[in-house]
Design a protein around this ligand. Structure first.
Ligand code: HEC
Length: 203
């Protein structure tokens, strides 16, 4: 069997610095298919983040942190579900430290990529266009996995910053909803997490 992968995927696999199982049949359509899937994942993560960013800004202006809370708490998980259903993929948001362990906890692959994102940032790369693509074989089957980094913006610290940046009313609400909240003490420019997309691939 011949290996036939797109240059982009090869670059992503090499930058991951690990052995990635990428095996496709020799038909010329396959590389194009992978590239199309990567492009589609990029478009979806871009649309997702843009939707969150603009809704967060609007709600914050209209009603402050109390109103903006529902963007991270309701709009984000709902949009992730809608994208998942529409595309037939798994679309999620994961964190380097999580507030909602049920939804935001990265799996082993995602944890590794988050660490690599931190290392890439230390070498000067910006989170704004930082992505990773790999084809992985897991017990559940083969899939194309994609992650897009999410950096911390100044407007995030009112709920994800240090104790002196989170207003008491917000802290009280967070404490009531998230007894195991670890998504604090972030500073603007830190890595907050990633959009993670998993597309099942046929054998
Ligand atoms: C008004 C409060 C508030 C603001 C502002 C806010 N968040 Fe959140 N964030 C939350 C809450 C609440 C959750 C938990 C959501 C849930 O229940 O799934 C959360 C969860 C997350 C998660 C999922 C991982 C986890 O910890 O559970 C990410 C990623 C995230 N926020 C990123 C951001 C980014 C980036 C910004 C700034 C653009 C931001 N948030 C601004 C309240 C906020």
């Amino acid at each position: 069997m011949k290996t036939n992968i797109s240059p982009l995927l090869m670059a992503a696999a090499l930058s991951a610095g690990s052995v990635v199982s990428v095996t496709f049949a020799a038909s010329p359509g396959d590389a194009a298919d992978v590239q199309a899937r990567v492009d589609a994942a990029k478009a979806t993560s871009g649309a997702f983040l843009q939707q969150l960013g603009s809704t967060m800004k609007r709600e914050m202006q209209a009603g402050g942190p109390a109103a903006a809370m529902k963007v991270c708490r309701e709009v984000a998980p709902r949009a992730a579900n809608e994208f998942s259903l529409e595309k037939g993929w798994k679309v999620t948001r994961v964190g380097t430290r999580v507030r909602n362990p049920m939804l935001g906890t990265p799996d082993a692959w995602e944890q590794r990529v988050l660490l690599e994102f931190e290392q890439r940032a230390a070498q000067g790369e910006k989170f704004d266009d930082m992505t990773q693509v790999e084809v992985v074989e897991e017990p559940s089957g083969k899939s194309l996995r994609f992650m897009k980094a999410i950096g911390v913006a100044p407007q995030c610290v009112v709920c994800h910053g240090g104790a002196d940046q989170i207003p008491d009313s917000v802290r009280a609400e967070l404490d009531a909803m998230y007894p195991h909240d670890r998504a604090v003490n972030y500073r603007p420019g830190d890595l907050r997490g990633a959009v993670s997309i998993k597309q099942p691939l046929d054998d």
